[in-house]
Structure formats: structure tokens, C-alpha cells
Design a protein around this ligand. Sequence first.
Ligand code: HXC
Ligand code: NAP
Length: 267
Amino acid sequence: MSVFSPDLLKDEVALVTGGGSGICKGIARAFVAHGAQVGLVGRKADRLEAAAAELSALGPGRAFALPGDVRDYAAMEGVVDALLERAGGLHIVVNGAAGNFLCPSAQLSSNGFRTVLDIDAVGTFNVSRVAFDKALRDGGGCILNISATLHHGATLLQAHASAAKAAVDATTRNMALEWGPAGVRVNGLAPGPIAETEGMARLLPPGMGDRLRATIPLRRFGRIEEIANAALFLVSGAASLVTGAVLVVDGGASLPQAMSVALTSPG
Ligand code: HXC
Ligand code: NAP
């Protein structure tokens, strides 16, 4: 049962990159459950079709598969054109497409570093720029960029992803500054470790779950629906004065002294 009104996003059209899996599929599911029409973007058409069918069956909104690579600006123009034609508008953009893996900087190739920046940062720019040009500039709306907390300090084996998410956060603030006068809010959402996701499967070494959990003040990993709830808030009228912000949703995991909670007893 949602804490939000069931028709929170009725008449809204959203584009969610990375919406075929994981956290962003969860965000798309929440948008559809609150009445929105949602275009799902990713490279794997089959997975997108399956996700669109699953979410549409849940309703009351519906989802469409819009395959494409966020690194390809022309492809994103085609995706936004297709969504405008099918849904009749575009009001909300979620930039969640991302790539990541563990790799020491000393072993990372230049192309490996560039690839992650291209997907996360250039992809976020491309989709936002196309959406602003074709829809948001005239009708207003909001953009939500999915970030992380890797770059708040520094994270081992994550130079590429940290640089990429730092660029995403900078883009969030700069676009908020430039596009606010057009009635476009631009925010970020930075999840901490979220259970049952590709990101966690790739980044958490086997057998380390309990040790990591012990360093989180709330002493647990997040759930996909908790990120979806934060996304619902940020794209809704409840956040009408919020722009240029990056909301951390991580159970306190990135607080400067978080590691010390592993040494304490509850209370
Ligand atoms: C080192 C690697 C590598 C690895 C790829 N590369 N995987 N280097 N370790 N494990 C290098 C390649 O050797 C190549 O460089 C360059 O990266 C591009 O690789 P491609 O395979 O050609 O790239 P591409 O097909 O575009 O695939 C992108 C990808 C892939 C990022 C590499 O893993 C992907 O598609 N990922 C999407 C799903 C994903 O990553 N989800 C997790 C998101 S979680 P060379 O020099 O050889 O040409 C997340 C969590 C954030 O972001 C924070 C969590 C707390
Ligand atoms: P995920 O399921 O792998 O999601 C990444 C999505 O991005 C996939 O659906 C993938 O689809 C899509 N994608 C990747 N490259 C693309 C490209 N070039 N063009 C279009 N789509 C592309 O991973 P997740 O763990 O749920 O992560 C989702 C988001 O949350 C990411 O932004 C991630 O950085 C962030 N995050 C996750 C965690 C966590 O704990 N999992 C923590 C902090 C932040 P295709 O492969 O079909 O293209």
C-alpha cells in the first residue's frame, strides 16, 4: 500500500532510462502504479518489452519499451519523438542508465574509464538535453538524475564511477540553474547499497554483506521500493520548491563517521 495518493502522477508522462531492470524498473513500477505513462529506455529490447508488459499489466498507468543507447544523441532524439507520439507529452525524465564494475585505477584502461563516464554522465546530458529541447522547455516538468555517494569521499576500485557520478551531480546543479526559469526542476537521488540489484551484485565482494551492513547506521541495505518512494516525492508536487538538490537515501551509510557504528551496540 503506497503512502502517496493513487492518482499522484495521473496524466503525467515519464521517460526512465535504465527502466528495464533494478532500481529504475522499481521507479517505473511506482510511476505506473500512480497513474503515469512511462517510456522505458535501455539497450536490451527483449528485457524492456518484458518489463513494459509486466508494468502495464499492473496498471493503472502503462509502460512502453523504447530501446536505445543513451550515449547516442540521435537515438535519444528518436526515443523522445516516439514517446511524444505514443503518449502525447513528456513531463518527467529519470536518468538512471549506468554502467559499473570494480577495477583498480592502475589496471583500468582509458576506454574503460571513458565508457562509464559516457553512459552515466554523457547519457544523462543527452537525454536531458533532448527532453528539454523537445518538451520540457515549453511545458515545464522535472528531471531526476540517479547518482550515488561513491564520490562524496573516495571509494576503492571506483575511480571511473565516482568521476561519472560527480559529473552527474554537477550537471544536476547546472541544469537546475539554467532551466529553472523555464519551470523545469532538476534534482538528484543518491541511493546507498540497495539489496537485490545488479549494482550490489557487481560491487559487493562475496561474503561481505554482513560486514558492510554493520557499518550502516540503520543496519540494513535499502529496498528498491524505498528508492522509488523517494523518486515519487521528488517528481511530485510535494517537491515543487526543490531543485538543484541531491537527496541521499542510504540509511546513513555515507555519513562521515558511519564506519564507527560497526563498533557500537544498538542505542
Ligand atoms: C575492467 C572493464 C570491465 C571490468 C569492461 N571494461 N568491464 N575493465 N574491469 N570488469 C572495459 C573494457 O575492457 C573496455 O575497455 C571498456 O571497459 C568498454 O567495455 P565494453 O564491454 O565494450 O563496454 P559496453 O559493452 O559499452 O558495456 C558497458 C559496461 C557493462 C559498463 C562495461 O558492464 C554494462 O553494460 N553495464 C550495464 C549494467 C551495469 O553495469 N549495472 C550496474 C550499475 S550499478 P578496452 O580498453 O578493453 O576497450 C552502479 C552502482 C553505483 O552504477 C554505486 C553502487 C553503491
Ligand atoms: P542495473 O539494473 O544494471 O541498471 C542499469 C540500467 O542501465 C540497465 O537497465 C541497463 O540496461 C541500463 N543501461 C546501461 N547502459 C546503458 C546504455 N548505454 N544505454 C541505455 N541504457 C543503459 O543496476 P542498478 O543497480 O539497478 O542501478 C540503477 C541505478 O542506480 C544506476 O544509476 C546506479 O548507478 C544507481 N545506484 C545503484 C546502487 C545499488 O546499490 N544498486 C547504489 C547507488 C546508485 P541495458 O543493459 O538493457 O542497456
